[in-house]
Design a protein around this ligand. Sequence first.
Ligand code: HEC
Ligand code: HEC
Length: 346
Amino acid sequence: MTWEKRWSLALGLTVGMLTGGMTISHAQMELHLTLPLGLERESLVLPEDNLLTRDKVELGKLLFFDKRLSANNTIACASCHMPALAFTDGQPVSTGIHRQQGGRSAPAAINRAFSSAQFWDGRAATLEDQSVGPFVSPVEHGFANHDELVAKVKGIAGYHPLFEQAFGPGGITVELIGKAIASFQRTLLSGNSAYDQFGVGGNEMALSAKAQNGFRVFVGKGQCLRCHFGFNFTDERFHNLGVDWDMDHIDVGRFAVTKNPKDLGAFKTPTLREIARTAPYMHDGRLATLRQVVDFYDQGGTPNPYLDPVIKPLNLSNQEKEDLVEFLHALNGEGWEVLPPATFPK
Ligand code: HEC
Ligand code: HEC
């Protein structure tokens, strides 16, 4: 038995004694996330009213993959956030219920444990809020309201004991569905990439010379670090790069949340971890390859009145562009590979 396990068991016993014989199981105790190399524990956003436990994570995983949680039993979260594609869907914009398409690209739902604001425009302030949003989107899970969702989950008898185990008695509510799915999502991590092995792990061999040059471009001439900084390669802020400003109809982005004209066409800086696995790119999925992304930055985005002042033509050489792309490939890591559940509650 490891020291940690022995300690947990001892704690379990103590809790049992203090509460007059009522014991809690290992699975109900706080789960200590094992972080892959390169991720920072102090940056985890773990809300006090949703202690991370094994039971919640297991329940959240079932809910994430269960297609019955849609108006016509065809769509699960995993339909658009597929484990095989680092939890994105490989499409420019996602296809939901009745094969309807939304206007935005599905982000890789990894390292969400390190962010507060979720979605391209940050409209969900917590991962708990985010986790119930898609159910009532007419182009995603297609429920008219959250009551319909709750009624459907309640109709599956096998879910009742799982909710009780995870949250205690009190029944199934939309709040608890959100807490369970958020808990599962917090376990989808990406770290221990070649970049981490090189930088944090000190393994000189982990990054090729090309990728090391690319890192220099990323930090220097490319100015990428101005927004994609820190261990998760994001400032968690919103910027206008002019991505769709060559169109008749632009997506207003962050403006829809703040109503501040300064936020017109601004979107959240996404993490760049797993980026080589999550094409196509940008909020509308218009760029098919990382080379196209680099070319887009090189030209200085698409000029518009709200363009972020940092975005300017870069005059990168072909070699610098190639090296930058090589560096981005070195951000593929591990920690998000989970298998879909083999069976679902009946
Ligand atoms: C029909 C496809 C589809 C389905 C189903 C779907 N999503 Fe998404 N997801 C998207 C798209 C598209 C976005 C971006 C929307 C936006 O930002 O406005 C997104 C955004 C997200 C984000 C935000 C990531 C970030 O970086 O901010 C998370 C997390 C997420 N989804 C998790 C879920 C969960 C949990 C479910 C199930 C309850 C779900 N999704 C169902 C397509 C889908
Ligand atoms: C001013 C801030 C800023 C700078 C500088 C910046 N980015 Fe970004 N990056 C963003 C934002 C914001 C988005 C999303 C924009 C959108 O979809 O409208 C983004 C998107 C991306 C994407 C696509 C991510 C995805 O999941 O679709 C990649 C790849 C990327 N940036 C790489 C880079 C590289 C490489 C550089 C340097 C050449 C760079 N960025 C410089 C803010 C920035």
